[in-house]
Design a protein around this ligand. Structure first.
Ligand SMILES: Nc1ncnc2c1ncn2[C@@H]1O[C@H](COP(=O)(O)OP(=O)(O)O)[C@@H](O)[C@H]1O
Ligand SMILES: O=C(O)[C@@H](O)C(=O)COP(=O)(O)O
Length: 423
């Protein structure tokens, strides 16, 4: 028998977020970093393949996603789930629309849904508008994202601008009435020539209800929230399947390349606590200085005294100034490269418990550490579990790693995560 659910996530924090929600909902999950080189050997309900496809050119995102789809189909996946950000992070050209349509073509399906709703993390969709907490997406700080600034909260409009197919809406008046009304709405939209529908959802109850209406859909596209509503379709009941990870060991460190509002607050709280923190200065990196080794030589001797932080996290004004000089994509890639080299240097120097803040940053760090699979452990905050992974560092016995999405976690997230790992 094949796997029940095959998932393709467009970034690495997003992949652990989805895997975590599936695990919380009762599924046994394998998370793979990139398309696995061989067939699946574990007995699991779902596989999440993490790609770094959110901000790459859309043709590349499509190619990578189709390769992931082929592998999942070879493992007998019954349903495919394309996971993107709960803030619908997209570049001007996509990639949510182009990847969705390529997957629809490959699966030969004429209809799918799209909903980033994740109520537990305060992402809700109403009348097709995405709210983050009490404000609309474009007032949430996401308008200042370094790579995917989100300036339009109307998801029908955003998705339509990325798609050839007609985009419609399953609004709350249908969702509220339950699965039968949602199925009826889908039939009506199909007749009207709609290929992709944004779906409203405000609560976990809504997600469970729409999840059951989507039981027979070959392709689902969503944030991680919808995962809560799917295991029931496979006869799986809620109940955590989090793995008991090996006992944590080694020194502790945080590396952060996220510039989100929440990460800025978390970095500020860490610095305020008086623990050692080292800033990556983009200007010095651009000038060709060996910033990675400079920081490592200062940070490594301090590891015995408790966690250290290395960050490029900055406010929107500073990010804009850097981008004006270097270009947004170039600045992003350059900083990711330095932080990834630092993450590897920290693990080589004895770090066994590592937090990475930022999705693109996590992708770069996980790749630099040579991690190919992660085991999902206990949740720290909604959307962020501790994980265990093997690296390709000679002699390394594996590390505990938490990939924190930009806007997830409370202000004390770093402290809370290390307190949890000590249990
Ligand atoms: N000070 C900075 N100036 C410009 N870009 C930055 C700075 N710090 C980080 N970045 C880049 O911003 C992007 C942040 O994206 P990401 O890591 O996905 O964080 P988030 O999870 O908040 O979206 C990365 O490409 C990172 O390299
Ligand atoms: O859905 C979410 O919000 C996260 O899983 C996610 O994808 C976050 O991406 P980053 O903010 O880039 O970490």
């Amino acid at each position: 028998m094949g796997i029940k659910l095959g998932c393709i996530a467009d970034d690495f924090t997003g992949a652990t977020d989805l895997a975590n929600n599936l695990v919380q909902a009762g599924m046994r999950v394998l998370q793979a970093m990139g398309v696995p080189p061989g067939p699946l050997s574990a007995d699991v309900d779902a596989v999440v393949i993490a790609l770094k496809s959110r901000t790459v050119p859309s043709a590349e995102a499509v190619e990578d996603s189709l390769a992931a789809l082929r592998w999942l189909q070879e493992q007998g996946a019954g349903q495919i789930y394309f996971k993107y950000c709960s803030t619908f992070d997209s570049t001007k050209d996509g990639n949510i629309g182009p990847v969705t349509e390529a997957l629809m073509d490959a699966l030969d399906t004429d209809f799918t849904v799209a909903t980033p709703a994740f109520p537990e993390n305060k992402r809700t969709v109403f009348k097709g508008y995405l709210f983050v907490g009490d404000v609309l997406l474009h007032e949430s700080g996401m308008q200042n994202h370094p790579l995917t600034p989100m300036t339009d909260p109307n998801l029908v409009r955003v998705m339509q601008s990325q798609c050839r197919r007609k985009v419609g809406l399953i609004d709350y008046s249908h969702v509220q009435q339950g699965p039968a009304a949602v199925r009826q709405r889908i039939a009506d939209l199909r007749r009207a020539g709609v290929g992709i529908a944004i779906v409203d959802a405000l609560t976990n109850h809504d997600l469970a209800s729409i999840g059951s209406a989507f039981k027979d859909m070959p392709l689902l596209t969503a944030g991680s929230g919808l995962a809560i509503g799917l295991p029931q379709n496979f006869g799986i009941s809620p109940g955590s399947q989090a793995a008991v990870l090996p006992a944590p060991g080694g020194a502790r460190a945080v590396v952060s390349g996220s510039c989100s509002v929440m990460t800025n607050a978390q970095v500020a709280a860490f610095i305020k606590s008086g623990r050692p923190a080292f800033a990556v200065d983009p200007a010095r990196v651009a000038a060709g200085e060996d910033v990675a080794n400079g920081i490592l030589s200062q940070a490594l001797p301090l590891l015995d005294g408790g966690p250290v932080l290395v960050y490029s996290t900055a406010d929107p004004g500073s990010v804009k100034a850097v981008q004006e000089k270097l270009g947004a994509a170039q600045a992003g890639a350059m900083i990711e490269h330095v932080i990834a080299a630092i993450a590897r240097g920290l693990v080589e120097g004895g770090v066994g418990q590592l937090i990475v803040a930022g999705g693109e940053t996590s992708g770069a760090c996980v790749q630099a550490l040579g991690i190919s699979q992660m085991q999902i452990g206990a949740q720290i905050d909604p959307g962020v579990p501790w994980c265990h992974a093997h690296t390709d560092i000679p002699g390394n016995q594996g590390i505990h790693i938490a990939l924190k999405s930009g806007n997830f976690g409370g202000e004390d997230f770093f402290e809370k995560a290390f307190a949890a790992s000590a249990l």
